[in-house]
Design a protein around this ligand. Structure first.
Ligand code: AMP
Ligand code: MG
Length: 338
């Protein structure tokens, strides 16, 4: 990743020459996998293909569609899974191990108990939370030659923290396969870009200026990250939440407590060349909090970069991203290098 970003900086002048003529992109937005998906590509037919792909992955990975592979696994406790499901579950288990369960795909019962986006705004009592936590150890998800099995009664898989990233990986590959050079695809907080945006061609910084939402005022952009290739995944408390008695209850849970995670991070952004990995890692960094997240980043277990926006309004930016990140709200926020 570090090498890739270095290359991005170096090839920027070349892109400037190559892309001196402007071009138009067509954007299509549709709702899938519980979020808005926007595809900006040269050909409309590319968006149609991506829509069909997304539909296919939603039918495999959804926890709420009764016929999905994940629903079958949750109901039956075992599954002879299709390759995509196997690959994604395997990646989910790897990240769960690496992050010591901060990212945990076995949190289905907790996610369903809180049902954050349902509009019910219900805070479950501590007994119900304790009950939902039974069987949530990620070690209960077992993948071997016979397929996938859940080792404890009550374990429920939820891939909400990784499946959009996986679908984005596949959408990105599809766009490249169809000859798209300059495009941007977003699955809610997961964005993939390639080449440059038409508007950037009028500047000396070609690429995509990906806006990063101010987690304290989601109508505003806090800054931008210049990218020409790859993915950014954002996990923030502001994305899905309800407020009750002045307290915010959001959709990212601490697997140790079963309650919405209360770390010092307001928003975790992970930049990577693997969207599913980036998706799971941004969820994990959010749960870990800045000290553990920094330690994890520095351990070099995975090749990624990150921006952490903390509740005290400091922004921790990993080395490689420093020249690519532009802070617009310099009055309220302060950038620090990791
Ligand atoms: P994201 O927005 O990518 O950070 O993912 C949040 C979604 O992942 C939630 O809506 C849940 O479906 C699921 N989730 C919540 N907490 C966790 C966690 N600690 N580990 C894995 N998935 C989680
Ligand atoms: Mg995620």
């Amino acid at each position: 990743m570090k090498k890739a970003l270095f290359a991005l900086v170096c090839i920027a002048p070349l892109l400037l020459c190559r892309c001196s003529t402007t071009y138009e992109l067509k954007s299509q937005t549709f709702f899938a996998m519980n979020t808005f998906v926007t595809v900006s590509t040269a050909k409309e037919s590319t968006a149609e293909e991506i829509k069909a792909l997304t539909d296919k992955y939603e039918k495999l990975f959804s926890r709420t569609l009764p016929q999905s592979e994940i629903s079958i696994l949750n109901n039956d406790g075992s599954l002879v899974a299709k390759d995509d499901t196997l690959l994604l579950l395997d990646k989910a288990v790897q990240v769960a191990k690496a992050t010591d369960g901060a990212y945990n795909p076995c949190m289905g019962s907790v996610v369903s108990l809180w049902d954050i986006s349902s509009g019910k705004n219900n805070v479950p009592d501590s007994e119900a939370v304790a009950k939902a936590l039974v069987g949530t150890s990620f070690e209960n998800l077992c993948i071997d030659d016979n397929g996938v099995s859940l080792l404890q009664r009550g374990t429920q898989i939820d891939l909400g923290g990784i499946a959009k990233g996986y679908a984005l990986d596949k959408a990105y590959d599809k766009a490249r396969e169809l000859g798209e050079e300059n495009f941007c695809i977003s699955f809610g907080g997961n964005v993939g870009v390639h080449g440059s945006s038409p508007s950037s061609l009028k500047t000396d910084k070609t690429g995509w200026n990906v806006g990063i939402t101010n987690p304290f005022d989601k109508e505003k952009t806090l800054g931008t990250l210049l990218m020409t290739e790859g993915f950014i995944s954002v996990s923030g408390a502001y994305e899905r939440y309800f407020k009750k008695d002045g307290k915010i209850y959001h959709h990212i849970f601490d697997p140790k407590t079963g309650y919405p995670s209360e770390s010092d991070i307001a928003c975790a952004c992970v930049v990577s060349t693997d969207a599913a990995l980036g998706d799971a890692l941004s969820t994990a960094m959010f749960v870990m909090g800045s000290d553990r997240a920094r330690e994890f980043y520095k351990s070099g277990q995975y090749d990624f970069d990150m921006i952490l926006i903390l509740n005290d309004k400091s922004i921790l930016v990993s080395d490689e991203l420093v020249p690519l990140f532009s802070l617009s709200d310099t009055e309220n926020f302060k950038v620090k290098q990791i």
